[in-house]
Design a protein around this ligand. Structure first.
Ligand code: IFM
Length: 444
């Protein structure tokens, strides 16, 4: 099954890539990696499907050459990967030489294959020692993250083309400290508001370090929420505005306008760290590109009976992925045009993640994930449309290269372009991988 588009439908310098993240694929038991809050949170009953953890994952630590060969054979231009803080600084202070060596070898391998390394500094594996002092609710953690940034960039900065500081700050702060759906699983508004600020401060501090090394092409990766009201009632419309403040404006206003949304500060600003205003110029320092991760929309209903933020997400009517997420490519178009018009203008944008989980099975060495081919087709057609509209979209990264550890969902949800048999670690490229191979090599 082929895509209806090919590389020719995109600007000549458009980057096609595949994305992963350290904890989800590497195997945290290899290479003297330190403990992260995922290693402990996953072992607390009820947090993670089957109490799965990332100790072995896809054994990418040992099999990275094989995986880089796959990316190359898919015809991709770039590989988006992340560095694990717990692997490089297991005790939060001292360097694990094996950890740094691994990223050195990995980046060499990417470059040797003619691929562009796109590095994400933080994709969620907070060292347990940082969690011990309160994690992202403690202002010291952004300071220590700046040290980590310095160590990474001194070692591999000379070979990476793009760097983003933080992956999905909403997940790092709100999902993890308010909703409690990810490590460390805290549900506390005060901790959450502090984490919401400190994760943006970590971005600002890391950016400062990166600039001091004259590192180029610096950005951040956001999973902005495209919210729609579940009905035309005023209450649901107002609730959707609050959803938007938490999911989108918190990040876009702070990065591009230097303030946090007043409809949020007026409600819960009393939980913010003292003098947070003094950090806003650091947080809003210019970036060179913005990464957007898009999967679905949020359908929002007012919940006046509950404490602020007085809303809940409801089940929508559209076809859903294995995650239960509605398939809604139109949301990507609405989101991209909005941020282009309201915030970013000519700032380059990359779609740093997009994809779907599916109950994929391998039969006779084939994995026919045709629903995923259709999903990518529909989202990439939107990208083509948005580029024609004028949005400067410079790249698209499929999530994910491999089936991998889907956090609280363990290994049950499969997002890969390549199927992974976790018993044997055999990789089997799926139909979606082959569709990319044809479309981007121009062989169709
Ligand atoms: O697997 C995650 C990834 O780590 C961050 N973005 C969303 C993906 C799918 O849930």
């Amino acid at each position: 099954m082929n895509f209806n588009f090919s590389r020719r439908d995109f600007p000549t310098d458009f980057i096609f890539g595949a994305a992963t993240a350290a904890y989800q694929i590497e195997g945290s038991k290899f290479g003297n990696c330190g403990s992260s809050h995922w290693d402990t949170w996953s072992k607390t009953p009820g947090n993670v499907h089957k109490a799965d953890d990332g100790s072995i994952a896809c054994d990418h630590y040992n099999k990275f050459d094989l995986d880089l060969d796959l990316i190359k054979s898919g015809g991709f231009d770039s590989y988006r990967f992340s560095t694990s803080w717990a692997r490089v600084m297991p005790d939060g202070t001292n360097i694990n030489p094996d950890g740094l060596d691994f990223y050195d070898r990995l980046v060499d391998g990417i470059v040797e294959r003619g691929l562009k390394p796109n590095l994400t500094l933080y994709h969620w594996e907070l060292p347990s020692v940082m969690s011990d002092i309160g994690g992202w609710s403690n202002r010291e953690v952004p300071e220590r993250f700046a040290d980590f940034t310095n160590i990474i960039i001194e070692r591999i900065g000379d070979r990476v083309d793009y760097v983003s500081t933080i992956n999905e700050p909403w997940c790092v702060a709100w999902l993890s400290y308010f909703i409690g759906g990810q490590a460390p699983g805290i549900k506390d508004i005060r901790a959450a508001m502090r984490a919401m600020h400190h994760i943006m401060l970590a971005h600002g501090k890391a950016l400062e370090v990166l600039r001091s090394h004259d590192q180029e092409n610096l950005g951040i990766v956001l999973n902005l929420g495209h919210g729609e009201a579940a009905s035309n009632n005023d209450e649901d419309i107002l609730a959707t505005k609050t959803f938007d403040a938490i999911h989108t404006r918190w990040f876009m206003d702070s990065l591009f306008k230097g303030y946090y949304p007043t409809d949020m500060i007026s409600k819960v600003g009393n939980h913010m760290p003292e003098n947070f205003e003094n950090d806003m110029s650091l947080i809003s320092a210019p970036i060179d590109w913005l990464g957007i991760n898009y999967y679905t929309r949020g359908l929002i209903k007012a919940a006046p009976e509950e404490p602020w933020p007085h809303f809940k997400g409801v089940d929508g009517p559209l076809p859903k992925t294995q995650m239960g997420w509605e398939i809604y490519p139109e949301g990507l178009e609405l989101l991209l045009k909005r941020i282009y018009n309201d915030y970013t203008n000519d700032l380059p944008i990359m779609i740093t993640e997009n994809g779907m989980a599916n109950e994929d099975v391998v039969d006779n060495n084939e994995c026919n994930d045709f629903d995923r081919v259709r999903y990518f087709e529909d989202h990439l057609q939107i990208v083509i449309r948005c580029i024609a509209y004028g949005v400067p979209i410079k790249g698209f990264f499929g999530w994910s290269l491999l089936d991998n550890y889907e956090w609280a969902y363990g290994y049950e949800k499969r997002f890969g372009l390549v199927h992974v048999d976790y018993e044997t670690q055999k990789r089997t490229p799926k139909a979606s991988f082959k569709a990319f191979q044809k479309a981007i090599s121009g062989n169709q």
